[in-house]
Design a protein around this ligand. Structure first.
Ligand SMILES: C[S@@+](CC[C@H](N)C(=O)[O-])C[C@H]1O[C@@H](n2cnc3c(N)ncnc32)[C@H](O)[C@@H]1O
Length: 359
């Protein structure tokens, strides 16, 4: 069977993964069975039954069986993941440590463990343990050498210009987002879309292929589609596939310009001398500090003269500011039509004119 992108397939994910080519997927999000091993039914103090995870898909004969299953699907995931890809798995204390050990055994390189703190967790009704208020996500690269995707600046910007931390506070899926059939949850473990949004935005690019081997109600493909990624997803239960497909029909991808990562753009690799060679800045013209208090002159060899001393744009600005080092690109300006213009601007003009591939 040839699997196609932007489809959800019904079946055992290990068998379906075997149909996929090596190195074909950019991002994997897996929310596998937890192997909860709950004993008996759980009731609230008011005698109403707690709708926990007691599904057949979560049952294994033994812990050894669970480990064997984990080894098989994680190995297949690693095979289909590109060298540059990212792998995410979510779990609870019941399974995440076993999964993490297996990931390391087969060569995955753990980049972070993220604690998803639920601000509305299910209480510990029996009062016998702490409230279990979090789940753990492991984010791993295919190997220690992998050049994986991480949109660091985007994450920092979304966190009010502070580095995004590994503890994420988000509510469990509820309200209108929670899919219900006849008033009952359609899936016992539907994940919140905001969790997938952060994962997909931070560790993949538009048009990338996102795989979810255990897609349940289709949270991963739904968010992947919204964010202009391709998806492929599996679940062994036909009923869940139908729910996910209905859900996907309602998702309209965001317009491509809204998905751009302009903030991640690296500074163009253009030297000050390049700007002189191409005439963006003239030999002999003056450079000014923003307050015009300091003035230097551009020499033919791309050094600048300030108070009779020659140096680079960086060293000279550092000296003026009495700092060990400074970024001369942001310090110096030239006059254009009587206005001061940062020399940094010309790097982008240069890049646009000379460094963009013309296809
Ligand atoms: C924890 S749930 C995933 C929930 C999903 N993240 C969501 O937001 O709805 C795990 C899913 O894996 C499916 N599943 C369990 N074993 C599987 C297998 N061997 N192959 C494919 N799907 C499987 C179950 O039917 C269940 O829907």
């Amino acid at each position: 069977m040839k699997l196609q992108l932007n489809k959800i397939y019904q079946g055992d994910c290990i068998e379906l993964l075997k149909e996929m080519p090596d190195n074909s997927v950019d991002l994997i999000f897996a929310d596998p069975p937890y192997n909860l091993r709950l004993k008996g039914e759980l009731y609230r103090p008011n005698q109403t039954k707690v709708n926990g995870v007691n599904d057949n898909w979560d049952k294994f004969e033994s812990v050894e069986e669970y480990d064997k299953f984990t080894l098989l699907w994680t190995k297949e995931c690693r095979r289909v993941l590109k060298d540059t890809g990212g792998f995410w798995v979510i779990g609870t204390y019941h399974n995440i440590f076993r999964v993490g050990k297996i990931l390391q055994d087969i060569g995955f390189w753990i980049l972070n463990d993220i604690i998803w703190i639920k601000n509305n967790p299910i209480p510990n009704f029996k009062g016998t343990r702490f409230t279990n208020a979090h789940e753990t996500l492991i984010w791993a690269a295919k190997s220690a050498k992998s050049k994986y995707t991480f949109h660091y600046k985007s994450m920092k910007t979304s966190n009010d210009d502070l580095q995004m931390r590994s503890d994420w506070l988000m509510p469990i899926c509820g309200g209108k987002e929670r899919i219900k059939i006849n008033g009952q949850k359609a899936h016992s473990t539907q994940k919140p879309e905001e969790l997938l949004l952060r994962i997909i935005v931070s560790t993949s690019k538009p048009n990338d292929t996102v795989l979810d081997p255990f897609c349940g109600s289709g949270t991963t493909p739904a968010v992947a589609k919204l964010l202009g990624r391709k998806y492929i997803a599996f679940d062994k239960k036909e009923a869940y596939i139908k729910i996910a497909e209905q859900r996907l029909k309602k998702v309209k991808p965001l317009d491509a310009p809204l998905l751009e990562y302009k903030i991640e753009r690296k500074k163009p690799k253009v030297a000050f001398g390049n700007l002189i060679e191409k005439g963006f800045i003239k030999i002999g013209e003056n450079l000014f500090s923003a307050d015009k208090k300091h003035k230097a002159q551009v020499m033919a060899n791309a050094s600048i003269i300030y108070k009779e001393e020659a140096g680079s744009i960086h060293k000279t600005s550092a000296k003026i500011l009495q700092k060990k080092s400074y970024n001369g690109w942001t310090y110096w300006h030239v006059k254009r039509e009587d206005e001061l213009v940062s020399i940094d601007k010309f790097r982008y003009d240069y890049e646009k004119k000379y460094l963009r591939l013309k296809i």
